[in-house]
Design a protein around this ligand. Sequence first.
Ligand SMILES: Nc1ncnc2c1ncn2[C@@H]1O[C@H](COP(=O)(O)OP(=O)(O)OP(=O)(O)O)[C@@H](O)[C@H]1O
Ligand SMILES: [Mg+2]
Length: 507
Amino acid sequence: MSDTPLLCVRGLTKRFGGLVAVKDIGFDIRPGEILGLIGPNGSGKSTVMKLIMGIERPNAGSVKVNGVEMAGWAPHRIARAGVGIVFQHSRPLHRQTVLEHIKLALLPDSLVKLAAEPHVHRRAQEIASRVGLAAVMHRHPATLPFADLRRMEMAKAIARDPQVVLVDEPFAGLTVAESEAFSELIRGFRAEGRAVLLVDHNVKSLSALADRVLAMYLGEHVAEGTAEQVMQNETVRRVYLGSKLELRQRTGAAGIARPTILEVTGVRVLYDKACALDDVSLQVREGEFVSVVGLNGAGKTTLFNALSGLVPYKGTIRFDGRDLRGSSGAAIARAGLVQCPETRELFGDMTVRENLELGGYHLADTVRAKQLSWLFDLFPILKSRQGQTARTLSGGEQQMLAIARALMTQPKLLILDEPTLGLAPVILEQLSKALDSLQKSTPITVLLGEQNVRFALPQADRVYVLEHARIIWEGSASRFEAEMGRGFLEAVPTGEPDATTSGDARS
Ligand SMILES: Nc1ncnc2c1ncn2[C@@H]1O[C@H](COP(=O)(O)OP(=O)(O)OP(=O)(O)O)[C@@H](O)[C@H]1O
Ligand SMILES: [Mg+2]
């Protein structure tokens, strides 16, 4: 590792109206070094990356790459000077295949016509193989599972061959094994002498990779050092890590006497010729909390979309005493089955408050106001951002808004599809407590889909495991740990901090 910094940031500051999103942030990253950047949702991490990349213009501060001042430059100039970014969310082009995406990234803007050259083709294939996309490189991104889309973003970054790589939440939504594969790629960046700035809420994976960690809170620097030192920091523990999620003390009697609210029998979904759900049956009783656990691609989202009337299926789905076949998605939602989708589907041009009010449009004014104030207590950040347009919220803030909007509808059955995506550990803890108190005070039923079992288990009365389109196991959360835990938690060594839910073991 060389001692001269490749990336040198000083006094970086960004204001959005009255909000100081980034305040006087400074750090150096040397070649072959990984700096981890952590902090609660909305603390300014993605903004720091956008400022370095030139996507947002800093109000003050200096960004030097190899000694050259770049603050205020346009993004394409900064990219050409050797800075690359792997975004939190990908927006692939629809007509190009995976390989074509990589080829485009290999060439400077003016040389696109060279894409047919054999060496470009070969190099693109090499990169596709390196990131694990060899088998799907001729497909269009729209047909790819989530993890492969993230791989494609990584491949594009590698193709551009940047000296400084900014990686925003590479592990969000990935399983333990997929995260390990991504960690390997990022270690590759280090081995090649690149300077890496890495943001993620998966504290365990980030700590394992980062040479140093910097923590931010409300736009400001709060701690810096080794991962261990930073995780011990009082402020970091309080505002970011929180405490361990505990297995809820369930009486077990909760659901037994209650009627079944959701009855799924022999449901089958085909996409083209692929079977996305195969003979799936499950029951949920009123007031129960049921988790459907499964790795990416197992079929959770397909199941929820079938329940919500968004994909055609064979078999029977009965909700609240009626057969849902033939009902539109809107009718199903009005009947009280409400899904908070993985993709969030917020109205980007509307404000936080408008999104929420739309969720509660059918409620009487007084009820709506009460519900709104309860949700603002639950997610104080949404309260302070009432007037902000949804698309400018941070990743985690958008996730909170999507959950809040679903709750605003006062559903009978709330379906949460991967709600933990992009949320800071401390917010997971709050969400867990909120769902618990919600269930104590209202008759709500919850169906949760997660690959993060460390969030899914503590809440659940019962757990279903979905694997390769089929339900392969059903039981209580405590039996899950004994019987199924291994397969799901294998890559998490005992005695280590939780993968994504908290940094408890450091306490
Ligand atoms: N264009 C904008 N207008 C107003 N506020 C903005 C804008 N862009 C970002 N913000 C606010 O700036 C703050 C920092 O956002 P940023 O995306 O950097 O957070 P983050 O640390 O990456 O959070 P997360 O962990 O949730 O991704 C957030 O509160 C966000 O709502
Ligand atoms: Mg972010």
